[in-house]
Design a protein around this ligand. Structure first.
Ligand code: GRF
Length: 206
């Protein structure tokens, strides 16, 4: 058995396009020991606040504008020895190369498979949930495939949609759930706590 202190800490690449609040949440979870990982690199699809948040924390950040070319993704994975690719408000689809297949994770601010897909991000998601008259919403952590908000679901957390909710109030409640769920699920995933079989993922004892 390998002593805990000798085990390699999984290295994650964090992909974002916006505020970087999910990056900050993951960084804090690593600092507190809740998430056993190192952030090797932040990659943004455009100029955004998330890059500043990375730099403030001493994390290298790079911009690849628009879609990530497959060869560039593989080169970054090699250069930074990235084990897992973690989407944190990334508005592009990552290419599924052989190197990264099954190693890309995303969090979506609704209960998939509902309210996902192309163009479903930010307050549009919460507006759609409210307009549909849902009484429950939440967030979903899932592995990524070649479509938006698709791939095996790892875990979901639910919260109520309250009378009089606006997209902003619901978004804040869902994000609270995200801050708890994402580090928890990532820690489990990165340390062998899921068995993935085709489109199904099952939590197992690591
Ligand atoms: C989170 O709500 C997450 O669910 C989604 O993107 C949001 C974070 O992005 N994937 P941002 O920082 O608000 O741009």
């Amino acid at each position: 058995m390998t002593p805990e202190s000798l085990k390699k800490v999984p290295r994650i690449g964090v992909f974002l396009s916006g505020t970087g609040r999910t990056l900050v949440n993951l960084y804090d979870a690593i600092e507190s020991g809740e998430l056993r990982a190192d952030i090797a690199l932040v990659i943004a699809s455009r100029e955004c606040a998330g890059i500043e948040r990375a730099h403030e924390r001493g994390i290298e950040a790079r911009i690849t504008a628009g879609d990530m070319p497959p060869t560039q993704l593989d080169a970054l994975v090699d250069e930074f020895q990235i084990d897992w690719l973690v989407c944190a408000g990334y508005l592009r689809l990552l290419p599924i190369t052989e190197r990264v297949r099954g190693r890309i994770v995303n969090i979506h601010p609704a209960l998939l498979p509902s309210f996902g897909g192309p163009g479903m991000h930010g307050d549009r998601v919460h507006r759609a949930v409210i307009d549909a008259g849902c009484r429950v919403s939440g967030c979903t952590v899932h592995l990524c495939d070649d479509r938006y908000d698709s791939g095996p679901i790892l875990a979901q957390s639910a919260c109520p949609v309250l009378e009089g909710d606006a997209p902003e109030t619901l978004a804040a409640r869902v994000f609270q759930m995200e801050t708890m769920l994402y580090p928890l699920v990532l820690d489990r995933l990165l340390h062998g706590g899921y068995r993935v079989d085709g489109h199904r993922a099952v939590a197992v004892t690591a």
